[in-house]
Design a protein around this ligand. Sequence first.
Ligand code: C2E
Ligand code: MG
Ligand code: MG
Length: 757
Amino acid sequence: MTADNTRTLVHPSLPQESQAVSAIPADQPRRVGNDLANAAAWLKAALETTANGILLLDRDGSIASMNRQFTRIWRIPDEPLQTGDDAAVFAFLASRVRDPEEYERRLTEIRPDGEDDTRDLLEFEDGHLIERRSHPARLGGRIIGRVFSFADVSEDKAREAQLKLAASVFSHAHEGIMITNAKGDIVDVNAIFCRITGYSREEVIGRNPRFLKSGRQDDDFYRAMWAELIARGHWAGELWNRDRNGKLYAQRLSITTVEDVIDASRHYVAVFSDVTELKERERQIKRMAYYDALTGVPNRVLLADRLNLALAQTRRHQRCLALIYLDIDGFKGVNDIHGHDIGNQLLVAIANRLRDALREGDTLARLGGDEFAVVVTDLGGWSECDPILFRLLGVVATPIHVGRNVFLLSASMGVTLFPQDDGDADTLLRHADQAMYQAKQAGRNRYQRFDAEEELQTQTRHRSLDRIAQAIAQNEFELHFQPKVNMRTGTVIGAEALIRWRHPEQGLVMPGDFLPSIEGSELMVRLGNWVLDAALRQMTAWRGQGLDISVSVNVSAHQLQQADFLSNLERKLASYPEVDPGYLELEILETAALGGVARTSNLIESCQSLGVHFSLDDFGTGYSSLTYLRHLPANVLKIDQSFVRGMLHDSSDLAIVEGIIGLAAAFHRTAIAEGVETVEHGKLLLHLGCDLAQGYGIARPMPAGDLPAWVAAWRSPPVWRTRAVQSQQPDADARRAQKKSRLVRRPRKTRSWKWSD
Ligand code: C2E
Ligand code: MG
Ligand code: MG
């Protein structure tokens, strides 16, 4: 052989002609010609073109020839080639393989003069796998040597291993696998697919998987699935299919698009597992969480869910929704007498009946015990709700047979209508419950509507009560004082304490704006006590400043009716020993006597025995002024300001004022006119014989701090003291009456007045 392995493959020991013949197989066309040189050239080119490495050995084992590819595959360095030393080449070959010993052993088996074809694998040190084939070369039936071919099959082997692995995954996976082509026709399925679906591989190949559809998912579902699969190459989710026997099964499925880069074909690989059991368990757990175990109807949790949903819908569709709270009457008794088993059977029967009496879209829920709630939607108003309520009452009241017993039950129901009652789910349920309670109170076996308007008022009232209680605690109230005078003599005879609320946000709030909301409540009593206390404290303070002035305090009817009114008053007076009880006057309304004329009259007398005075406020505005005048021993009549203000223009008002002045004289009481807004009013009153007055024309109510200076400075208008007015003295009777009540000047430095008996 020559050092140049690319040249001749002709064995030097053989004649050229015979070699050429043996180099071209017998079945090959002989068109290459008989020209030996020509044939050798063809052979050489063929050898150099083949991708395999070729090695030719003589029958004695020496190298006859090799092609370039052989040296490349074996990576034979130039040196052994150049020397032409076969032993060096063989030694190198042995050094390239992973297991040289095995290699050598095998070589002894593959004899160059042997008859057989051989085929085996060599593993190189660097991991490459080389397939070695050999074939005897014959000349006229005689073996002249052996042709070896070597092919690097590393990549093929790796691919093969991968394919094997993939095939094993495919057949051994615990998931069902289905492969479809781009059209969606099934190309292959695995054994688990067959087990889950019940179809054999042969039955499904070539078919579109839609034959598995259960109908549980609509077209939109599949449209969305395909859209995602196309957009992202992947889709995962759950769906229901039907197996070969028509049985539904749930599968958790993931589909992946597989694009083949070489032939640009597309396949879809769907991997799925059967989650039917899981779904069933999930369903059971859900059932336990959302349904009442005994009756099977929704429980409170699901009710809240459904109610919220229904509320939103009702609002959107501008319809009404009724929420009914239903409680079986006297059910505890049934349980106690007949036991819980019977009780439970009754509840189940009632639940079934109620459910049957409702429309499809309405919800019946058990709230617990013998309490149910019903949500009725899509109503036009109360008129559409009432028949349903009657029907429900009816189904509960129909006799129920359980065992050998017949039960006659009834229900009480409360119902609220949304959006008239515009609350959230919780509030509505509370309101329906409240109304149910009223139905019970009203005698059971009936329903009661919840009155949203009334509730709103109650709430507002509660809120304002709370705020007023807070105002007392935070000391936001104060007393203003309005002087009362004797117009004829020009003297100040006292002051009326009037409550004001110094509201942090609203400023000074007048009693007309907050007293009505607490009228008749316990809070009114507390506030009354505060007023009494504040007035006595103020009187003590003025006394310290040298102003001894009679103060009148308004007392509400409710406060006066308190059983401890007298003792309380006594205690208060005792705690302000500086104050002479005779300087305290209580203004009461005629309605104060509504609690009983005799009792009120006794109370007044008891208070009077402590020295305290009384006046009948707003006199003339009550129903039975004359009765009260006769029976209540109050010393003073305060002529209501509405008559006084109107008397200058209105003859009826004038007549009333005149009448009251006359009555006061006849009953030996003193009259004082409220609402004296102008000098004219005063003049007319003086003319009519009423000397005492209070009103804006004299002074408006003022803070306590302003009163002493005002008292010191006040002078009555001169016209009230003129002879013309003075001459218009009341008639003799009135004068006598006034004298009897004996308004006397107290021997004090200050200008104050006191009533004495
Ligand atoms: P009242 O006891 O009849 O008090 C007289 C009311 O008439 C006061 O209104 C006073 O400011 C007002 N007034 C006085 N002179 C005139 C006038 O010339 N023209 C007009 N238009 N009004 C005049 P105020 O302070 O708003 O009190 C209203 C009512 O609230 C009182 O009527 C009394 O019934 C009640 N009130 C006031 N303070 C208290 C209190 O401390 N306790 C209780 N229980 N009621 C009180
Ligand atoms: Mg008053
Ligand atoms: Mg009054």
